[in-house]
Design a protein. Sequence first.
Length: 388
Amino acid sequence: MRQRQESLSISAVEHRFSRLETIQWWNQSLLKQSVVLIIGAGALGNEVIKNCSLLGIGTCIIVDNDQIEQSNLSRSVLFRTMDENKNKAECAAKAAHSIYPDITCIPIAGNIIGDVGLGWFNRADMVISAVDNREARLFINKICAMLGKPWIDGGIDVLNGIVRGFHAPETACYECTMSKTDWNLINKRRSCSLLARHAATEGGIPTTPTTASVIGALQVQEMIKYFHNKKWLKGEGFLFEGLNHSSYTVTYRINPNCLHHENPLKVKKTEELSKNSTLEEVWRSAKQYLGGCDALDIEREMLGKLTCPKCGNSSEVFLPLESVSSAIIPCPKCHTERIPFFFHTITKNSSMLSMTLSEVGLPLWDILWARYNDNYIGIEISGDAILP
């Protein structure tokens, strides 16, 4: 009789996402097809990346320029002792793959402002910010608004945190939420010399792994709601107060003076252009789309030259400002801090038209904005693309 009972037992084997798919509105194939750009792989970014892996997100692009320090190990779930001095983005990508082997993780060891082409934003379905400084948020906000991309910002401080969702021009954007004090701090840093800017980096934010876990989970949950057409924090914020649990939501109003609420710009993907194409070739492509071209604009501060005010020593340095090392700023002859020359625009008479995008210092898979009269279009340099 016992043998008969054993033969009638049923073994039900669930697949990886079975419990998620019991949710009535859940669409696992949608998540598998999604591309998420995650900016920052510290304590908060670790939680975002971990949750994206557990949920079966198809592609995660992870951006971080920093190396893992011992202090990261008490707050970052994906890092181990053996990872010290390694790049955060690369280690986080490997850890994500160990959680979910079918995920595609693309680590970018660089600064979001200077080293990451705008094509990464253009191909993302969602952008999640896990950064700890205002200037990075301003850049993310500007690019997402120009391309019409939704993004979810997260911030942590001791036991408190905040999650905010932005989708300009429809909603308020990050700049709409900034106070006069925020702008004063930004402008103060921007008015500094290059060496002073390097010295004025913001210190680490005191926090706990539990706060990072809460805020990172909420960011990913809002992303899931967005993907499934559920109500999410669109133009709203959730302030988490972890000591007394007096948490609340807030709705942000569009600042009528904010410049980020026009319709997103169109972008043309140009497979024939690559990092080895010249600016002249980009110019010709722009003329083809617009019927003419007045200028090509670059969405970052580009350093073209450093000149010594004391001895006149000058050298060309084609790099985004955020990628400039403090070691090259002093004059090699007299050690005086050299004066920078910046450029943002290429005109028809520019000597740089004969230079390649790589020579000018633009990152891989970037977008240049062409304008002719009142018409604008983005030229995505798609020939080096990794994603389809």
